[in-house]
Design a protein around this ligand. Structure first.
Ligand code: GAL
Length: 330
């Protein structure tokens, strides 16, 4: 790792003459909670390619969902010469080891996607957060479902005037899990839809867990008319379970996702899910890079639209059959 960092630094300093002369060469250390997470990989790929264009080196570590691993990996990134850290926490309440290590070496930290609590974020002036507003995503998912139910009376398959709904949730404790679930349901409620909760299952953002859980629900004969999924990966796992069980579209619940991954968009396009909510990974990755670049080059943060000078929340967008064509090819 160390050798690699030295080689990269050497390569950068040799090619330095072709880079923009006013820019400082620096190294970005990125630590992610799980490198196999589809949405997080999209952020990392965009961040790396943006940085590469400027000849900036990015090292990415994968904690495999262990905060202890991530703490060690952050120490390695610091030892290997990271000038700025971009941290996607495993446990968003366990920031102290990483913040202490960064403060000790005076290295700014941009947390992303997994939001630290406010009291941790205000511990030091060089701590930042880039993410998206969980409440907005839940509200938009709720609106998609409410609109679908209003225009598709057949979705109330037993015609009892009540929508039996089930939620496939992300990891417990994650801001997006708690807030998306609550807000999607309260939005449906406010739209005047009579609801009955058929249950919920924690599926950790993962397609396979959602597949297994949904297959079990099908086997058990759990009656569901609306399946709200905290992300598209889990929605895709649920769709797969219904497909594999040979259940026709008119006998399945309406399924909604969040993220607008390539697969999520294609499931909206094929009519397998009623909609998803675009979680703008490009905007978030670009903001992380612009912020890193500004901090490393002592530029003003004025134009970055940060809330309280430290946090950025990207906007979500609804994706439904009406506008999905404009998202194809994203
Ligand atoms: C959410 C995203 C999920 C998952 C999670 C990881 O914002 O919707 O798909 O990537 O972050 O923290």
């Amino acid at each position: 790792m160390k050798k690699l960092a030295i080689l990269c630094a050497l390569a950068l300093s040799l090619s330095g003459c072709s880079a923009a002369p006013s820019k400082k060469t620096y190294s970005i250390g990125v630590a992610v909670y799980d490198g196999s997470d589809t949405f997080i990989s999209s952020i990392c790929d965009t961040l790396s390619s943006e940085a590469e264009k400027d000849g900036i080196h990015v090292s990415i570590t994968d904690a495999g969902r262990s905060q202890l691993n991530e703490n060690d990996q952050v120490n390695d990134l610091i030892d290997d010469g990271a000038d700025i850290l971009c941290i996607n926490l495993v446990d968003r309440s366990a920031t102290s080891t990483i913040i202490n290590a960064a403060m000790d070496k005076n290295i700014p930290v941009i947390f992303f996607n997994r939001e630290p609590v406010q009291s941790d974020l205000t511990r030091w002036e060089k701590l930042y957060y880039v993410g998206a507003d969980a409440e907005e995503s839940g509200r938009l998912q709720g609106q998609i479902a409410a609109n679908w139910l209003a225009t598709h009376p057949e979705a109330d398959r037993n015609q009892d005037g009540i929508i039996q709904y089930y939620i496939l949730e992300g990891e417990p404790g994650h801001q997006d899990t708690i807030i998306r679930s609550e807000t999607a349901v309260s939005t449906l409620d406010e739209a005047g839809i009579s609801l009955e909760k058929a249950g919920y299952a924690i599926c950790d953002w993962q397609r396979d867990e959602a597949y297994d859980k949904t297959s079990q629900l099908i086997k058990d004969g759990t009656y569901i008319e609306l399946l709200l999924c905290n992300n598209d990966e889990m929605a895709a796992g649920a769709v797969q379970a219904y497909d594999d069980a040979g259940i026709s579209m008119d006998m399945r619940p309406a399924i909604a996702g969040i993220d607008g991954t390539k697969e999520g968009i294609s499931l909206v396009n094929s009519g397998k899910i009623i909609g998803t909510v675009y979680n703008n990974y490009k905007d978030q990755a670009e903001k992380i890079y612009q912020l890193a670049d500004a901090l490393m080059n002592n530029k003003s943060l004025q134009d970055l639209n940060l809330q309280d000078g430290h946090s950025y929340y990207s906007s979500y967008q609804k994706i439904t059959p009406d506008n999905v064509s404009s998202f194809l090819g994203q």
